[in-house]
Design a protein around this ligand. Structure first.
Ligand SMILES: [Cu+2]
Length: 393
């Protein structure tokens, strides 16, 4: 595993990324060893089969997305400033469609709310969220002068105590920390209060985020499916009306420790034989008490909108979580590129309810008033193809 890690460092340095000093010596995760193995595979696969866009994107000029803890203070502050910048620019979504979309940041939230039922538990889940996260990164860069790339939050690295992670420690260089403690709350039941297959105990928050750069951040849209007991309801039942309120969190050790440990991610990567198996394991099997890394990551953040399937992108930590989802998908592909680069499965309705046709690689994914052209799932299947040119460290 040490050799693999060294290989990544060498490969990434060769790819133009500056070697990064981390503040502390991190324990070597098996997840990261699999990521490194994936990079080696991608390199040899590309040498053999060529690049999709050899003129514009190779492993020599590719963007490298890194974990938040490896960002320097300046890089962190630049990212935070860009997020705050798009949350001050005007929305491009017509108010007739989403009267609550006030800012450029809200365009992303409105698009996600609008499409929720056709982008979760579906064959396009991974490619749609890949494109969505990329569009967010591009918007930070092109509209707010950000020069870095989208950071990710490595769940297994911080699964023991997420509130202590550099993403959630509440410092000036975090994405803000936990909410104000609201005592005496009940457990959260998943999938529903009436059907408590998974019962998560309350954490140490529940109220408004009390420190860090997003302490005064305003959430405008949602909730649609709130998990907090006392939600401020949206004037429109579709969640697209104007509902300004504070950002609430309830960071959950139980969610993080339960389903996002190194062994959980390794098991997902090693034991998912096909695409459908991978994407469904990732998204959980609630009736059987299995939350999966995707939902666990959302509940690690918790609160409002963090725990809301529809409005969750209104919490800026969403994009670091979904970059990790994409990193794991990308790694799973890299571990068997021949079979997995263009593999698809699933249908076009949430958990196939109501039953629907199979998803195909020619189906398109769209981002509404976020304002990017539609892509086919095929085009979104490689992070070196189409509009993309990035990998993960
Ligand atoms: Cu989503």
């Amino acid at each position: 595993m040490k050799i693999l890690r060294l290989a990544t460092v060498v490969l990434l340095s060769g790819a133009g990324a500056a070697p990064v000093d981390t503040e502390e010596t991190q324990t070597l995760l098996e997840t990261d060893a699999l990521v490194a193995q994936g990079v080696l595979n991608l390199r040899s696969y590309s040498a053999k089969h060529g690049y999709p866009n050899p003129q514009t994107c190779t492993l020599k000029n590719v963007a490298v997305r890194r974990e938040w803890s490896t960002f320097t203070t300046r890089e962190k502050k630049n990212y935070i400033a860009a997020v705050q910048c798009i949350s001050k620019k005007p929305s491009q979504t017509p108010s007739t469609l989403a009267s609550g979309a006030k800012t450029r940041y809200d365009d992303f939230v409105a698009t996600h709310i609008n499409q929720t039922m056709s982008i979760h538990g579906t064959g396009n889940f991974l490619s749609w969220h890949r494109y969505f996260t990329w569009a967010y990164e591009q918007t930070l860069r092109t509209e707010c002068g950000y020069t870095g790339f989208q950071p990710y939050y490595s769940w297994p690295r911080w699964s023991n105590d997420p509130a202590k992670s550099p993403v959630f420690d509440g410092s000036e260089t975090s994405i803000s920390g936990d909410g104000e403690l609201i005592a005496g709350r009940n457990n959260t039941c998943i999938p529903a209060q009436e059907y408590c297959a998974i019962s998560l105990p309350p954490g140490n928050g529940g109220g408004c985020v009390k420190s860090g750069p997003f302490k005064n951040f305003t959430v405008n849209l949602g909730p649609v499916t709130p998990v907090v007991a006392d939600p401020v309801l949206n004037p429109d039942s579709n969640g697209l009306g104007y509902n300004p309120r504070c950002l609430r969190r309830d960071i959950s050790k139980a969610a993080a420790q339960g389903w996002t440990k190194d062994s959980d991610v390794v098991s997902l990567l090693k034991n998912s034989a096909n695409f459908l198996n991978f994407t469904t394991t990732m998204q959980g099997d609630f009736p059987n008490g299995f939350l999966g890394v995707h939902t666990s990551g959302h509940f690690t953040i918790g609160g409002d909108p963090g725990g809301d399937l529809f409005a969750s992108p209104a919490d800026p930590a969403f994009y670091l979580h979904h970059a990790m989802i994409d990193r794991v998908y990308w790694t799973w592909q890299n571990l068997n590129l021949q079979n997995r680069l263009y593999e698809i499965g699933g249908t076009i309705t949430l958990n196939d309810q109501p039953p629907s046709r199979n998803t195909t690689l020619e189906d398109t994914i769209g981002l509404g008033f976020v304002g990017f052209p539609d892509l086919t799932i095929r085009e979104a299947s490689s992070t070196l193809a189409g509009p993309f040119c990035y990998i993960y460290a």
